[in-house]
Design a protein. Structure first.
Length: 218
């Protein structure tokens, strides 16, 4: 079975996470996707919400989608002060699950572009496959040379290869374009016309019940 982890800050989770992931599962035949919230994002400011609040929103978001579960390994208290480096998480996963199980890590095209800033980025495929979801505004005909060379070495279009190899491949998925970001939601939280359609109703309700992102409490 191909295990798929989908890492992120999820501050908050939105349909730009959920819809491409649902489509990806359909496209390559995934029976489960584990959302992997980070405690301390290495590449962006620390969220204003608490870890518990982001986790609560994830739980509400996935309640109606049996595809998703949540992997809380990056939230463990012993990791309290350390950025959640994906490579370290993948190593820990391998220690638990062995070298032979197939593992994939899901990311959007924006994350792929920033990959050369990630810790030990070229080693990521030593531990997993990378599944890349489309994201509006981030499609690139070519990448900067180190990244392009590395992609050329690892890219596959063969879905069976992803299932039958434990790691080592990069797959560009044909997922739908969803022009949604958590930033847009945080910045426009008191504009229901704009935001309400961008995330699950239960998450929207939680945000307002708890006054997150300086929203008006209801
Ligand atoms: P922010 O606006 O705060 O930077 P975000 O909306 O990009 O947040 P994250 O939780 O940081 O959300 O993203 C987690 C993962 O989901 C990343 O790999 C990112 O590329 C991907 N992702 C987020 N939004 C989309 C989207 N609209 N389409 C495709 N992928 C997305």
């Amino acid at each position: 079975m191909l295990t798929a982890l989908f890492g992120g800050t999820f501050d908050p989770i939105h349909y730009g996470h959920l819809r491409p992931a649902l489509a990806l599962a359909e496209e390559i035949g995934l029976s489960n996707i584990s959302l992997l919230p980070n405690r301390i994002p290495p590449h962006k400011p620390q969220p204003g919400t608490t870890t518990e609040q982001r986790l609560a929103m994830l739980k509400l978001a996935i309640a109606d989608y049996p595809l998703f579960t949540i992997d809380t390994r990056e939230l463990q208290p012993q990791l309290m002060d350390q950025p959640s480096f994906t490579i370290d998480t993948l190593k820990a996963w391998r220690e638990q699950n062995g070298a032979q199980s197939a593992l994939a890590f899901i990311m959007g095209q924006d994350s792929l572009l920033s990959l050369p800033t990630w810790k030990e980025w070229q080693k990521l495929v030593d531990y997993c496959h990378l599944l890349i979801c489309k994201r509006p505004g981030y499609a690139q005909p070519t990448f900067e040379s180190n990244l392009q060379t590395w992609i050329n070495q690892h890219q596959t279009n063969d879905i069976q290869t992803l299932h039958h190899s434990p790691n080592g491949y990069i797959y560009f998925a044909n997922t739908p374009l969803e022009a949604i970001s958590a930033t847009e939601i945080r910045q426009n939280i008191d504009d229901p016309q704009r935001c309400k359609k961008l995330l699950p109703p239960k998450v929207w309700q939680y945000i307002h019940e708890h006054g997150l992102y300086n929203s008006k409490k209801c």
